[in-house]
Write a protein that binds this ligand. Structure first.
Ligand code: V47
Length: 376
């Protein structure tokens, strides 16, 4: 096809988007829809890669982390989830504090720099359990960053402890929480939330909790669960709400699009996402979320192969070694439950990128035979 536009794509809807991308202008909701609706994945990816390289060059971040899920007991019964259990259901577990500390120590051989701690909404565990968990981990592993509790857990703890969100976050911070993960955001649109996670806080409450965390100096991540019953407008709405809050607080570090895994959930009849959508979602996220420093291709969710390819389609982060991922594996993920540092760096190098080990706040980590330090 011949055209007068310099951007080599046979999808003319992308021309105005290209013009904005090269001029570093903000994309609109219509631009985002045009990106989602295009099948020219190479053109969409090319633009996302331009932005990614403008921001980070070849630098590609990973960290050495361990997941810790203190309980899978959850009152919420979300249709999206295969992890949560009712209190007396088979497979329900709640770790005693000592057990949680032992498990944390068992992943310590590679000198982890982060514990990623999330769990169910347990109806009986007191707020003090969570404060003791955090302060106990901090005492035992003072150099490890504690990225703990989604906005949904924070809001639930606040309700049970009869505290405001701010007081709850302040107490968690004082106990040792260093930042918050991005989970629980799902899709902000009420219509979708009613279907996939009816009992969770709504989108506005999620955003308000994130705002409060940022206001008291806690950074956080943000996620979006896609590939279930949402449509493209819902995804665009979600991204724009995050971009608006980020413009206000600057407290988000990274955005992680999460592909829905239907196995063992009440939505098991839905198909899995395809590679095209996974890659497009990374690229659209990079282009729309111009004020988010990082876009993470979470390899546990995407598979290491798709996550690696994403590094040339807008992603600059591949998450971490993880160790013992449970949420996706309960939902049928067949990826390994953890990956060694060397394997992660090989994936990054073979994508033509430069691996940078980071801590949770994206400061480079320097390792020698005997020590691990953060370059500030
Ligand atoms: O909020 C639950 C999702 C999230 C399923 O902040 C599911 O660095 C797919 O947020 N299929 C938790 N997804 C995981 C999460 C996360 C992961 C990695 C890094 C970070 C970070 C955060 O997992 C939940 C929900 O959106 N989830 N069940 C499922 N069946």
């Amino acid at each position: 096809m011949t055209s007068l536009h310099p951007f080599q794509t046979n999808d003319p809807r992308l021309w105005p988007v290209y013009d904005k991308v090269v001029a570093c202008q903000r994309l609109t909701a219509d631009d985002a829809l045009a990106l989602y609706r295009s099948t020219d994945i190479l053109a969409v990816g090319w633009m996302a890669n331009q932005v990614r390289e403008r921001m980070h060059g070849d630098r590609t971040y990973f960290n050495v982390n361990r997941h810790l899920n203190p309980t899978n007991v959850c009152v919420a019964a979300c249709r999206l989830c295969a992890f949560g259990r009712k209190k007396d259901a088979p497979g329900a577990y709640t770790m005693a504090l000592e057990e949680a500390f032992e498990i944390a120590a068992s992943g310590y051989s590679e000198a982890v720099t982060e514990f990623h701690i999330v769990g169910g909404l347990h109806p009986d565990l007191p707020f003090q359990y969570f404060l003791d968990l955090v302060s106990g981990l901090k005492q035992r592993f003072p150099q490890v960053h504690l990225k703990a509790f989604t906005m949904v857990e924070v809001a639930y703890l606040a309700r049970r402890a009869k505290l405001s969100i701010r007081e709850t976050l302040e107490q968690l911070k004082a106990a040792g929480v260093d930042s918050l993960p991005g989970g629980g955001a799902e899709i902000f649109a009420d219509r979708v939330r009613h279907i996939i996670c009816d009992h969770k806080i709504n989108g506005e409450q999620w955003l308000e909790t994130a705002r409060t965390a940022h206001e008291i100096g806690l950074k956080s991540n943000a996620t979006m669960l896609y590939g279930h019953v949402e449509n493209e407008e819902d995804r665009v709405d979600h991204l724009l709400k995050l971009r608006t809050l980020q413009a206000e607080t600057g407290g988000f570090q990274t955005f992680i699009p999460l592909a829905f895994h239907p196995a063992n959930t009440p939505l098991e009849h839905l198909p899995c996402t395809t590679g095209m959508l996974d890659i497009a979602q990374i690229a659209v996220s990079r282009l729309v979320l111009d004020n988010f420093p990082h876009i993470k291709a979470y390899w546990q969710m995407m598979t290491p192969k798709i996550a690696q390819i994403s590094l040339r389609f807008g992603a600059d982060d591949i998450d971490g070694t993880v160790v013992e991922e449970k949420i996706y594996h309960d939902a049928g993920a067949t990826t390994p439950q953890g990956m060694r540092r060397q394997e992660l760096t090989r994936l990054i190098r073979e994508a033509g990128r430069e691996p940078i080990e980071r801590d949770t706040l994206y400061r480079p980590v320097v390792r020698t035979e005997t020590s691990v330090t953060v370059a500030v």
